[in-house]
Design a protein around this ligand. Structure first.
Ligand code: APR
Ligand code: PHB
Length: 398
């Protein structure tokens, strides 16, 4: 078969590339508004629904998922948290979101959000093409765009009005934009997070973010019976070097004594290493192509912002597309990039700040170390400092 031959031609209004939370939520919002769309995903449905990712939802994210009609299981199984704790210098310090700003976050895994969105898409009968290979974007700077892909040896082409690039950091959408048309802002960190999932009860009722001279640690959870823990490791670390017992020892070492003692250990059911990165691509719109979620920006996971930012992009994009189709109003689409970026940069700032506050930097000097300590002391003694953390963590208004 000649590589460029098209075997099958289709048409839709919006082609969504990527079936992560960004692509699936956009699909759900457009389908509910009667706007025809197709999702093209390179992996299998099983792979997409099994990926372990973060698990903290801002209150606006919870509201958005409810309004999108995919909140029923989250309402039953999600754990509402009124605060977080910071552990350093041998003590735990609570940041009480409820008392400081009267809002909460919800613990509900991204894996579960994805499954709920996949279920809703299936029920609506909307088209998702899994295992779509060699996805290519065409003519998004022209009057009508096209996306081509291959499935089981057959080459398809979809004509569309718009393309939503929701294909994550390594996707094809951002890569299809010429380097001269986009500006990249990036910061890498000299460490990664080693995470494990285990069917053990969480060490505490709320998340504990721990700073220790050997490095950061995080005690998180997926439910009252399933824990998620992380420790900071060098960016060059290899997962094979981490047995479960080494992980548990290192985690406990970095926690204050009462917390370390309370940790219930058990076999890991998943173990992975993820690098930390801050990244923004500007703008988010290139003619008929819109980037959303990880395709456009990455935050280090310390502020738990990745999924929440993806949802907020998608809300702006869905609003813009619906106004365009229902009223011929282009304003939402024209302002998409600018509106998203204002929020993105504040989340980038907060995630960078939380990361700088709580991690050990290998090249850090005594001055930086004292600044970190002063910042933590300030947080411990100032309601204003805690309120600033709380309002960013729970999510700034859209
Ligand atoms: N063609 C089709 N699909 C692709 C391609 C491609 N060339 N490249 C990537 N994809 C798919 C991936 O397989 C994945 O399913 O795009 C999807 C992108 O999903 P995510 O990486 O989950 O990104 P996003 O939907 O933006 O979700 C935001 O929040 O907590 C963070 O990083 C975390 O995934 C999370 C994100
Ligand atoms: C998680 O539970 O995976 C998690 C929680 C909070 C974070 C990052 C990850 O800041």
């Amino acid at each position: 078969m000649r590589p460029n031959r098209i075997d099958s031609t289709h048409a839709t209004r919006v082609v969504i590339i990527g079936a992560g939370p960004a692509g699936l939520l956009l699909g759900q919002l457009l389908t509910s508004a009667g706007i025809d769309n197709i999702v093209l995903e390179q992996r299998t449905a099983e792979h997409v629904s099994a990926r372990i990712r973060a698990g903290i939802l801002e209150s606006d994210t919870v509201d958005a998922l409810q309004r999108a009609g995919v909140g029923a299981r989250m309402a039953k199984e999600g754990l509402v948290h009124h605060g977080i704790e910071l552990s350093f210098n041998g003590d735990r310090h609570r940041i009480d979101f409820q008392a400081l700003i009267g809002r909460d976050v919800t613990v509900y895994g991204q894996t579960e959000v994805t499954k709920d969105l996949m279920g809703a898409r299936r029920s609506a009968g909307a088209v998702t093409v899994y295992e779509a290979e060699d996805v290519e974007l065409h003519d998004f700077d022209g009057s009508r765009a096209r996306v081509s892909y291959r499935k089981q040896g057959v080459r398809h082409e979809v004509h569309c009005d718009f393309i939503a690039g929701c294909d994550g950091f390594h996707g094809v959408s951002r890569a299809s934009v010429p380097a001269t048309s986009k500006k990249i802002f990036e910061r890498t960190y000299p460490f990664s997070w080693l995470g494990i999932l285990s069917d053990t009860p969480p060490v505490a009722g709320e998340l504990i973010y721990a700073r220790h001279e050997r490095g950061f640690a995080l005690c998180s959870m997926r439910s009252t019976a399933r824990s998620r823990y992380y420790v900071q490791v060098p960016a060059t670390e290899k997962i094979e070097r981490w047995s479960d017992s080494r992980f548990w020892d290192e985690l406990r070492y970095r926690l204050d004594a009462p917390t370390a003692e309370a940790v219930v250990t058990g076999p890991s059911i998943e173990k992975s290493i993820a690098p930390l990165r801050s990244f923004v691509c500007e703008p988010l719109r290139f003619g008929r192509l819109f980037l959303a979620g990880d395709a456009a920006h990455i935050v280090p996971p310390t502020g738990a912002k990745g999924l929440n930012l993806a949802v907020s992009d998608v809300l702006y994009l869905a609003e813009g597309l619906i106004a365009h189709y229902e009223h011929g109003d282009a304003q939402g689409l024209d302002q998409y990039s600018e509106r998203c970026l204002r929020r993105v940069w504040k989340a980038e700032r907060f995630s960078w700040w939380m990361t700088s506050l709580l991690h050990s930097f290998p090249d850090s000097d005594d001055f930086s170390h004292r600044i970190q300590e002063a910042e933590l002391d300030y947080l411990t003694h100032s309601d204003s400092a805690r309120r600033a953390l709380a309002e960013n963590y729970v999510g700034l208004p859209r």
